[in-house]
Design a protein around this ligand. Structure first.
Ligand SMILES: C[S@@+](CC[C@H](N)C(=O)[O-])C[C@H]1O[C@@H](n2cnc3c(N)ncnc32)[C@H](O)[C@@H]1O
Length: 379
């Protein structure tokens, strides 16, 4: 079967991590702003949806062309092989966006795209009247950027951050895809201890546990393209079998989440149980200043409060100071903190080994990274 072109969409700043994930599944990639593009066999659709921890979703690229007029948009869309992807009964709602393009009216772009696809499908599937649209869902997107139209179909359904385990959450939970990225940006391996002292609803410890045991993040959810005739049932079966085979449920973990708020500890416990890690992650209600570390060569990965409201700034500065004081006693630990608080290093009392700019949703943050001085025998 012919290859398809896939697009793994990525939050700004996470493109290279998504690219590494796609590469490790065996596909060659091209990295663009906000996405990773790759050619792959159809079987990559189930595999990528199941395995990508940091991508937002996986889209199928149907075509990409310049369009300055509605006629051009219509004709070029109609010339694409939609019948190869969308079955006769398929539903194909069209959404759109337009940035810096002559065709700026999104409703018009959507309507024209819809009409062009419908005409093509009617002709190729031999349907005399209206397309029935009673079957599987093929969400089409027409996205215009600087007069280039990109036509894609969403293979994922709800965003890939929805792993299915989050039954409760706190005030500012991290997206699961971002939490996974924070873990993948460290050198943490399952043999090392890991603590998130600001765990909230437990996203970082749960994502780390999934990484540590090599559990496919999409294993417990469904995907829009599961109903597509393009992808044979055997491709889905094989992908789920592969995920089952590669999961290492025997891998021991030493992961702890703690938080000042006992309600959030309960929520974390519930989420972890839902994710299948009921007994595998330790949860403690505790203030960061009381953090007691007994082991060497561990990793702290945390997303503390940012103190964005003026009234919170002082309290947050004090939390960072207390945290810095605790960590001074543990030079073998590596510390990774995501925050928007600009004077983090000053409060923490140490300049980071490395900093990386990341967006947490729309908030501009820095990921402060302190590499621990590993004790003898450790890398
Ligand atoms: C941004 S939230 C973390 C969200 C979390 N990553 C998630 O995905 O749900 C920050 C957390 O720090 C906790 N916190 C605030 N002050 C603290 C302190 N002094 N010690 C420990 N935790 C604290 C808050 O209760 C809150 O849950």
């Amino acid at each position: 079967m012919q290859n398809v072109t896939l697009i793994a969409t990525a939050a700004m700043g996470l493109e290279s991590i998504v690219a590494n994930e796609v590469k490790s599944l065996g596909y060659e990639v091209q990295v663009e702003n906000g996405r990773v593009v790759f050619e792959a066999p159809v079987s990559a659709i189930p595999r990528c949806n199941l395995w990508l921890r940091t991508a937002d979703r996986v889209r199928l690229l149907v075509g990409r062309f310049k369009a300055y007029t509605f006629d051009e948009l219509f004709e070029a869309t109609k010339a694409l092989p939609w019948e190869y992807y969308i079955s006769e009964e398929g539903q194909f709602p069209v959404s759109g966006k337009s940035v810096q393009s002559k065709l700026f009216s999104v409703p018009d772009c959507q309507a024209i795209t819809k009409k062009a696809i419908a005409e093509r499908l009617k002709l190729k599937h031999g349907v005399a009247s209206k397309m029935p649209e009673t079957g599987a869902l093929y969400k089409v997107e027409v996205s215009l950027l600087k007069d280039e139209a990109m036509l894609t179909i969403d293979t994922s359904g709800v965003g890939l951050h929805k792993r299915g385990y989050r039954i409760g959450q706190g005030e500012a939970p991290l997206k699961e895809t971002m939490a996974a990225a924070l873990v993948l940006l460290t050198n943490w391996k399952a043999e090392y201890p890991l603590i998130d002292p600001f765990c909230g609803s437990g996203t970082i410890p749960i994502e780390a546990a999934m990484i540590g045991q090599n559990i496919a993040p999409g294993f417990n959810r469904e995907f829009a393209s599961e109903g597509w005739s393009l992808i044979k049932a055997k491709h889905w079966e094989k992908a789920f079998e592969e995920a089952e085979d590669k999961a290492n449920y025997d891998q021991k973990l030493d992961i702890t989440g703690s938080d000042i708020d006992h309600k959030l500890i309960k929520i974390s416990e519930g989420n972890a149980t839902e994710a299948g890690f009921g007994d595998l992650i330790s949860w403690k209600q505790m203030q960061v200043k009381d953090l007691s570390i007994k082991k060497e060569n561990g990793y702290i990965i945390g997303n503390p409060p940012y103190g964005q409201r003026l009234s919170d700034k002082e309290a947050v500065a004090k939390i960072y100071q207390d945290f810095g004081t605790v960590m001074q006693e543990h030079p073998s630990w590596s510390v990774y903190i995501l925050t928007a608080f600009e004077k983090f290093e000053k409060q923490y009392g140490k300049t980071a080994t490395k900093k990386r700019k990341l967006f947490n949703g729309f908030i501009k943050t820095d990921y402060y990274q302190y590499f621990g001085k590993k004790t003898k025998g450790e890398k």
